[in-house]
Write a protein that binds this ligand. Structure first.
Ligand SMILES: [Zn+2]
Length: 207
């Protein structure tokens, strides 16, 4: 169907500027129906050179809030990124959109996004630090003689080995809506499986 987002934005990019037309119409809130919806649009420059266009919808009447993102350079695709960290390099960058779920099986931890989740741009070290914070909190607030505490304690030990580069681990980023991606420091560390190709292109012809 028509031009992809990528084609449209690369057109604007070639002229060197992004144009954000003024919004003059009153916008109705999809929840309470009042014309109190505010839309903010921001062009956010990521440190890896990509540009993300963030659309924020907010209603002051009923507190409805929604964030949408469009990547300018990277074509967001629904799929699964699998990054192997086998050399202690924690600088691979991760952009996690509102629907990106993260798994690290070797640690036994997954982070799922909630309905109001915002975006998150970080690297592997940032992800591991965040997980460590959550595990620490769990250990401090749960009974020390429970199975959960012991499992969590095991997870934190493994996590620290991963951080120290003493353990090989895989970061799996799954995004059914295609709002997330990993930029690896070297391409051979990562594989990407598109969810779209599996469904839409069962008999793809190569010409
Ligand atoms: Zn509202």
């Amino acid at each position: 169907m028509g031009n992809s987002i990528e084609e449209k934005t690369s057109l604007k990019r070639s002229q060197g500027t992004y144009e954000l037309p003024e919004i003059t119409d009153d916008l109705s809130c999809p929840v309470c129906g009042k014309k109190t919806l505010k839309m903010s649009r921001t062009l956010y420059k990521l440190p890896d050179g990509d540009d993300i266009f963030i659309l924020l919808l907010e209603c002051n009447e009923c507190n409805y809030r929604k964030t949408d993102m469009i990547s300018m350079f990277t074509a967001f695709q629904p799929g699964e990124y699998r990054l192997c960290v086998d050399d202690g390099d924690l600088t691979h960058k991760i952009f996690r959109g509102a629907t990106g779920n993260l798994d690290i099986e070797e640690i036994g931890v997954s982070i799922e996004r909630g309905p109001a989740a915002n975006f998150d741009f970080t690297n592997i070290e940032g992800i591991l630090l965040k997980i460590e914070e959550k595990l620490k909190f769990f250990l401090e607030t749960n009974p020390i003689d429970s199975i959960e505490w012991k499992n969590c304690n095991e997870s934190i030990k493994r996590l620290r080995k991963c951080m120290a580069g003493e353990m090989v681990f895989n970061v799996v980023l799954k995004d059914t809506d295609g709002g997330s991606y990993i930029t690896p420091t070297s391409a051979d560390k990562m594989t990407f499986v598109s969810y779209k190709k599996k469904k839409d292109q069962p008999d793809k012809k190569n010409s």
